[in-house]
Design a protein. Sequence first.
Length: 211
Amino acid sequence: MIRPMTTILLPILAGLLGTAAAAEDPRRIDPVHPAATARYPDAAEIARGSGISAAEAVRRLRLQEVSSAHVSKLRREFSNRLAGLYRESEGDYRLVVRLKGPVPVADRWIGSGRDRMRIQFLAGAPATLAEMLEKVAAALPAIGARLPGLMGTGVDERTGEVMLDVYAVGEEVERVHAAESELERLLGHPVRLHFSSAPMSNGRAFAPVQR
């Protein structure tokens, strides 16, 4: 399946981003090599669910596979500005890199011809992913005081929202909602709540009930 690149960390913040290491020229893009449809048994299902052709589903799966090698290169190259990195399926299938600050970066390409994938850079984010994770980690005691059922935290790399996974049922759900604006002021970033109907068990949370 085509997987989103949204970040969520469960249980609470297992660790922050590692120090960037030097790498080969990150602008070097290798060509996308042809692949047989048989290599991607999920292509037909993805095509039906996304309203695209089977050939386009195969192309996207192939690009997902090839582009994975470039994700770590991009994270290293833009480590001092990186606010998020994800794959976008709406419009042209592409990698999107969100960057802190106003300085623009020109688009790049993986592959060539029809089998190519755009790397789109979006400048203007208010903070890097590392800065947000550090801020959330520092605020954990305050967050936990307001949300006794807190089970996990994370950052959505697509939207820049702080995600809070909370065990809450009944009237407690409304109490958590009431604390949302206060938490946004505390963190300085928008907050998105995920509610779980059962507490974490053996280090694993049950499937969340979406707000």
